[in-house]
Design a protein around this ligand. Sequence first.
Ligand SMILES: Nc1ncnc2c1ncn2[C@@H]1O[C@H](COP(=O)(O)OP(=O)(O)OP(=O)(O)O)[C@@H](O)[C@H]1O
Ligand SMILES: [Mg+2]
Length: 247
Amino acid sequence: MENPIIEVQKISKNFRGLKAVSDVSFQIKSGGITGMIGPNGAGKSTTFNMICGYYPPSEGKIFYKGKEITHKHPYEYTDMGIARTFQIMKPLGNLPVVDNIVPSAYFGRYGAKSLKEAREIALEVLEFTGLYDKRKVLAKDMGTPDQKRLEMARALATKPEMLFLDEVMAGLNPAETEAAIELIRKINDSGVTIFLIEHIMKAVVSLCERVIVLHHGEKISEGTPEEVMNDPYVMEVYLGKKGGANA
Ligand SMILES: Nc1ncnc2c1ncn2[C@@H]1O[C@H](COP(=O)(O)OP(=O)(O)OP(=O)(O)O)[C@@H](O)[C@H]1O
Ligand SMILES: [Mg+2]
């Protein structure tokens, strides 16, 4: 691949005795949408956490636009243009939606210099993500679909070039999933490269050009959605003898 935006080389993560991720390597194409799938506990979130600087890898190297970033801190990632959402949402429940987003605008590539500027950025992002009408609602009073959107809005308020989405469609019904797919496509069309973890295969197929499959911490397949879904080992992991299906 020419000029990948992200490259990981043989990354592993050990949690005491448990090898959560083992020797995983891949590249992410700039400008596209790449997916990561795999059964529960496969090591997907751990892989994200390492690439986003949340945990240092036990072994291996991570590169962003050709520059090694393996041991940098999350705030340095944000300044470089990398943002992420968390699988477990933790909004500031007693604050209105807009105030959940304002702090992000001080970081990353917007780097607001005043509260006024940060609020303007937050409102722009709320408009973009379809949350503008809910800007004054307390975050805890919103349902899952809007809280997932809020996660994305908080990440977008740092003006990322590269966005990591960890199961932003979990718990959504088909219509809400469709709306989330549209938003993800719109984010990508605005020039943001996306790497997403998702269990909903319909979303993976409709959004992703390439898919990486993890199982027991190892990369077991990579290719177009069609290629990985027709890979006999992937089929076995999801549907077969071991009964790991949750896709
Ligand atoms: N901070 C941690 N400390 C100890 N073990 C952890 C930690 N984080 C994850 N693990 C373990 O590492 C393995 C991989 O977990 P991870 O959360 O990366 O899986 P996942 O593929 O994201 O799963 P899911 O689809 O359920 O979100 C699991 O066995 C998990 O219990
Ligand atoms: Mg996870």
